[in-house]
Design a protein around this ligand. Sequence first.
Ligand SMILES: *Cc1c(COP(=O)(O)O)cnc(C)c1O
Length: 306
Amino acid sequence: MEEINLPTPIEPIVFRGHNFYLKRDDLISHDFSGNKARKLHYYLVNDFPHIKKLVSYGSNQSNAMYSMSVLAKLRGWKFTYYTDHLSEYLKINPHGNYAKALENGMKISCHSEFISESKNKEILKQVQYDDGTLFINEGGRDKEADFGLEIMAKEIIDWQVASSIQRLNIFLPSGTGTTALFLQKYLKEHGIKVYTTPCVGDAAYLVQQFSLLEEDTSLYPTIVNPPKKWHFGKLYKEHYKIWLELQKSTEITFDLLYDPIGWQVLMANLEKLDGAILYVHQGGLLGNESMLPRYERRFKDGNEDN
Ligand SMILES: *Cc1c(COP(=O)(O)O)cnc(C)c1O
């Protein structure tokens, strides 16, 4: 079975003259990295003798889709992934997470009507009630994510104790909010506060996502709002700029979808966080393969939008 390297290291970094610690979950493994490895950890190490097939759904370039394709391959399961659209361009020129997931044997099932909630449920109900099928929600928003994130929380506590850090704050950008939620749940009793920012919807959407996993609102992470409305997956010059700046000053490659938002929001709210700050690198670098060429075409020196 695939090596997963735990605990992941925590390194000090300096950005714009400020000190941070960085949890390097991008180093978990080559194929199975970031928070998707944490969220799927449960399915990697437990036995599922009757399962023959994994089913999930979501966007056609998602990190979760790719990680599930790795999981299915490692476990010898079939993998069917439902999505609402697939461009002609992507069909003819598979790249990024989509290409790698196909290489791992993913079967893609495209339903243009899939975006509608009721239709969604209808399709998924059929697969969910089949005994040999394991169903995982979009983005790995799943109760079982609890397993891997409790392990991660323990790693953070052990490190905090070993390095005698008194006051600790965690910051990480959210999609479904699963990672931030479970971290806060396990770190609260240790006095560690988890801050996050919504990258996919707004704060209300994120709270709603939390509520699907946890009823006790006292365990929710603290949400910090982005300074303006960004549409998920769209290209913004300020995102590209901070990503390049991070790479230059830390020599670490961050993800291009979530981290530019995470770092912009964090830098704008430093005064709210009292104590040391640990930023979680949640992996997702394979997704850069499709994002970076888009950014370069649009904003590289000399291009008109620059
Ligand atoms: C999936 C992902 C996120 C969002 O994680 P959630 O648990 O859905 O909030 C953030 N960063 C990266 C790199 C991801 O792949």
